[in-house]
Design a protein around this ligand. Structure first.
Ligand code: ADP
Ligand code: MG
Length: 581
């Protein structure tokens, strides 16, 4: 094929693809424009996950009618005039591409009026075709209405994720901007429902409370460090408040949300050794640097940045975070964090023991068919005869994490958390064919969730009810737990609910398609007694008895071992009383 210059229309669609990847990217560009226009109030309305409609209205400076056609032209911006300016960008936009790109892949209407003029203008763009400019009576500010996104690019439409995922992306984005711009009143409506509304009074902790609930907002630690001409402010979670993924780690650089893995690593290093493996903090950190120290022009959607001196930035973040963590000294208590390192225990369980052939074989009996990480029915059956454990005599607890017990055939070390998971799981499953007995809470517990999690939960209320969790909607992003499964008696209802929604990876289809047993396993994991909890001897004995009566006591519902067995035979050999010397 010979080389041809692409037709303008094709070229502009290719360029659009870089800026407008999905509905959330449209929301991002329009929101940034409104912020650049100095708006103090911004309303975002979305229908059908943004495929039907995305409308962003602001009370900012507006576009002069005579400039509206320019505003929707490619590479037309009011924010930059020379190449030199690229190194001192103070606005969120500067590429002059967004409106042109969005207009080329949707039916877009731009409505705008400036303070100086009595009338505003209306300009429609459909699949890149700019219509006639009309005068219109409007309030000061701008409305950009984007309908039928990708209607002219069916292939793009097909690549979008489920509506649920796209909606979550949008609310995650808007909530982050709400956190970064507490002085702007931001409202998000999806399908006629208000998901988020900040009051614009500038109090960031109030926004946090809106997003995560008052409980969490109160626990978050304030970060504030200023050095030379750079600063880090915002909030991080204390070590007791974590999530199972990095999704709640947020950074803003000079007012712009960026997703930078190196920055997250710097943050995680500041928490180093303070968090359990696989747990991540929540954070919303705003970093301000001299504009010339950041290159924002490396990515069409401006989601990545390059620092002139990355190491200085990382170290600034780390110092700020460390300082906030240290300044916060919790009430001393003999708790998980005190016991967690458990150096002694690691020595006791000498790897040589653990790895001895016998032990491994015994364990693998129960483990074989559990490679997928969850007990298939076949596995449960197969593990039955050999998997059962004999009656045990409790010796005690080690390191606030393990039970030591004696059986007729040697010593058992039992992981209390894994064991409790197994016990709860089997009780649950046993009750399941009928309805699960639930226990009314004397006082219904209110749980507030971030909008994206709330979406997930709304859809699953029936399913949860069948699992004995009676929960109802109780205002925007707020739910009221009225009853929890009786087998959880005494456990935190909020934890059980969080377990259901928290651990979804971004693109995972919500519960509906998930096996019920996996949901149950996950809930059990959350409510089971943690390593680090000192148990009374009655509690220890009860756990042992419960475990003995399980069908598959040797593994937790996720397939990890609940116990290590050291047979008398093995002990004798290890002590050189018998066999190999
Ligand atoms: P950029 O933001 O990179 O300049 P855009 O295509 O997003 O490019 O916008 C083009 C121009 O339209 C902006 O430079 C600005 O002058 C004007 N504009 C867009 N949205 C708004 C708005 N909400 N309020 C005022 N002016 C706007
Ligand atoms: Mg812009």
């Amino acid at each position: 094929m010979s080389i041809k210059v692409l037709a303008e229309k094709v070229a502009s669609q290719i360029a659009a693809g870089e800026v407008v990847e999905r509905p959330a990217s449209v929301v991002k560009e329009l929101l940034e424009n409104a912020l650049d226009a100095g708006a103090t109030s911004i309303t975002i309305r979305v229908e059908q996950a943004g495929k039907r409609l995305i409308e962003v209205s602001d009370n900012g400076c507006g576009v002069p009618t005579e400039e509206m056609k320019l505003a929707v032209a490619r590479h037309a911006t009011s924010k930059l005039s020379s190449a030199e300016d690229l190194f001192h960008i103070r606005s969120l936009g500067f590429r002059g591409e967004a409106l042109a790109s969005i207009g080329s892949v949707s039916r877009m209407v731009l409505l705008s009026r400036t303070y100086e003029s009595d009338l505003g203008g209306r300009l429609a763009v459909e699949a890149g075709q700019v219509g006639a400019l009309e005068q219109a009576g409007l309030p000061v500010g701008t409305v950009v209405r984007v309908e039928d996104l990708f209607f002219n690019l069916p292939a793009r439409l097909k690549f979008l994720k489920t509506d649920q995922t796209e909606r979550n992306q949008i609310s995650a984005l808007v909530t982050r901007y709400a956190l970064a711009y507490p002085a702007v009143r931001i409202t998000l409506e999806q399908d006629g429902k208000t998901l988020l509304q900040t009051n614009g009074n500038g109090d960031r902790r109030e926004v946090l409370a809106q997003l995560y609930g008052v409980d969490i907002a109160r626990q978050m630690l304030e970060v504030s460090l200023e050095e030379d001409n750079a600063s880090v402010t915002g909030f991080i979670s204390p070590i007791s408040l974590t999530r199972s993924n990095r999704r709640e780690i947020t950074f803003f650089i000079n007012g712009r949300w960026v997703q930078d893995t190196a920055l997250s690593s710097a943050l995680l290093q500041a928490y180093h050794t303070l968090l359990m493996v696989g747990r991540y903090p929540l954070s919303a950190l705003l970093i301000w640097l001299p504009p010339e120290d950041v290159d924002v022009n490396v990515h069409p959607a401006k989601a990545e940045v390059r620092f002139r001196q990355p190491n200085q930035v990382f170290s600034l973040v780390q110092r700020a975070v460390r300082r906030a963590l240290l300044a916060y000294s919790p009430v001393p208590q003999v708790s998980s964090s005190y016991w967690r390192p458990l150096p002694g225990v690691q020595h006791i369980i000498d790897p040589a023991w653990e790895m001895s052939v016998e032990t491994r074989q015994e364990l693998s009996n129960a483990e074989v068919s559990m490679e997928a990480g969850e007990p298939s029915e076949a596995a449960e059956q197969a593990a039955l005869p050999s998997g059962k454990i004999p009656l045990l005599r409790l010796v005690g607890q080690v390191g606030a994490a393990y039970l030591v017990a004696e059986g007729p055939d040697g010593l058992y070390l039992i992981d209390q958390h894994a064991a409790h998971e197994r016990v709860l799981f089997e009780r649950f499953i046993r009750q399941k064919p009928a309805s699960i007995a639930s226990q009314r809470l004397l006082e219904p517990r209110t749980v507030q969730l971030p909008p994206s999690a709330a979406h997930l939960l709304e859809k699953q209320l029936d399913l949860l009810k069948s699992l004995g969790i009676d929960i109802e909607e109780f205002g925007p992003n707020t739910f009221r737990v009225r009853a929890i499964p009786a087998i959880f008696g005494g456990n935190d209802p909020a934890a059980a609910v969080m377990a259901v929604v928290e651990e979804f990876e971004e693109d995972e289809t919500p519960l509906k398609n998930e096996e019920e047993s996996r949901i149950i396993a996950r809930i059990c994991k959350r409510v089971a007694v943690k390593a680090g909890k000192i148990l009374s001897s009655e509690e220890q004995t009860a756990l042992l008895r419960d475990l003995e009566s399980c069908q598959s006591p040797r593994t937790c519902p996720h397939g990890r071992p609940t116990m290590i067995h050291l047979s008398v035979d093995l002990l004798e050999r290890q002590f050189g009383r018998r066999g190999s010397r």
